[in-house]
Design a protein around this ligand. Structure first.
Ligand code: NAX
Length: 318
């Protein structure tokens, strides 16, 4: 059992960080482990970051160790055991997808270079900032000394959304469901699959599978339209679930996280692709590579893989 961990949060003055930091410091991610916190944001957010630190102090969390803030990843990434990448360039009105990809690719290139220079070789990374899969891929490209299994991106929010919708549709408790899988990109091409899922140990069908898939693919937009703001505490909650299960292991169900592909299911090697994952504890996991896929599923995987290949091409042209 770890006595203390050093965790960096990027985009630390942003919305998801504001919901995630309390989960981390109240022991909901790592349990009773002391947390040294590194908060990174852009220089413009320096004062806002100071405010976040004041609120952390005012919580008087027993688990808090030392806190450092700043805008230089080369300072803040030093000695980190885990980095949660929430910081990114937002999509502004009128901005093309290509511009968004390239702006973020530049940020993740710089942060990857910083990791390569100052990072611990066993640091674990969770990329949340969009386009999450491709940002994660770029980060790993520039931090080659770090094992590729240590790079992950968040698709747990999509997985949690899928569980919730299935539970509501079947009118069954959430904990009676297992093995719903998110395949591919954290985007509208993702494939939320019930092909290997069970309810109370039995496989099942949904009254309208097409509607379910589309609902999960577009859930982010549905929340945005209703709230006038993107998903925040559900995203922070998913980051908590992702890290907690990756760290502790999880025997009872398959999980979904974006990881670097080794070609499983015919997906281009090197892409950051959300797969069925078995978390084994101590930040170890394996990609479950031997599930039988229907032709329908294979075709869905192709669509999301193609989008990722395209994103990779755009990001590489920086
Ligand atoms: P906010 O805009 O509230 O916060 C982002 C923060 O990042 C800002 O404080 C900004 O100053 C900072 N930032 C920008 N460039 C930076 C850089 N180079 N280094 C460090 N910090 C930098 O967004 P928020 O709602 O917190 O969302 C964070 C990210 O999560 C966004 O990219 C968003 O698209 C993404 N999401 C991903 C999800 C997923 O499931 N993978 C779901 C939720 C969310 O939409």
């Amino acid at each position: 059992v770890q006595q203390s961990l050093t965790v960096c949060v990027t985009g630390a003055a942003g919305q998801i960080a504001y919901s995630f930091i309390p989960l981390l410091l109240s022991g909901q991610v790592f349990g009773q482990v002391k947390i040294n916190l590194r908060l990174l944001d852009i220089p413009k957010m320096e004062t806002a970051l100071k405010g976040v630190v004041m609120e952390i102090e005012d919580c008087a969390y027993p688990l808090i160790g030392d806190i450092q803030t700043g805008s230089n990843p080369k300072e803040l990434f030093q000695n980190c055991d885990l980095i949660v990448f929430l910081g990114g360039f937002p999509r502004l009105p009128g901005m093309e997808r290509k511009d968004l990809l390239q702006k973020n690719a530049n940020i993740f290139k710089e942060q990857g270079e910083a990791l390569q220079e100052v990072g611990k070789e066993d640091v674990k990374c969770v990329v949340v900032a969009n386009p999450a899969n491709t940002n994660c891929l770029i980060l790993s490209r520039y931090a080659t000394k770090i094992p590729r299994q240590n790079f992950t991106c968040l698709t747990r929010l999509d997985q949690n959304r899928a569980y919730a919708q299935v539970a509501l549709t079947l009118n069954k408790p959430l904990n009676s469901l297992k093995n719903i899988i998110i395949w591919g990109n954290h985007s509208t091409t993702q494939y939320p699959s019930i092909e290997h899922a069970t309810v109370e140990g039995q496989s099942f069908v949904l009254p309208d599978q097409g509607q379910f898939i589309e609902r999960i693919q577009k859930r982010g937009a549905e929340v945005l339209n209703a709230r006038g703001n993107s998903s925040v505490f559900s995203a922070a909650n998913a980051v908590k679930d992702h890290i907690k299960d990756w760290y502790n292991g999880r025997e009872d169900t398959l999980l979904s996280l974006g990881v670097l592909s080794n070609g499983e299911y015919g997906v281009q090697s090197g892409l950051c692709f959300s797969y069925p994952i078995r978390c084994l504890g101590a930040f170890k996991y394996e990609i479950v590579g031997n599930l039988q896929l229907s032709d329908f599923s294979k075709q869905k995987l192709k669509v999301t893989e193609e989008e990722l290949i395209q994103e990779q091409g755009l990001a590489e042209s920086i």
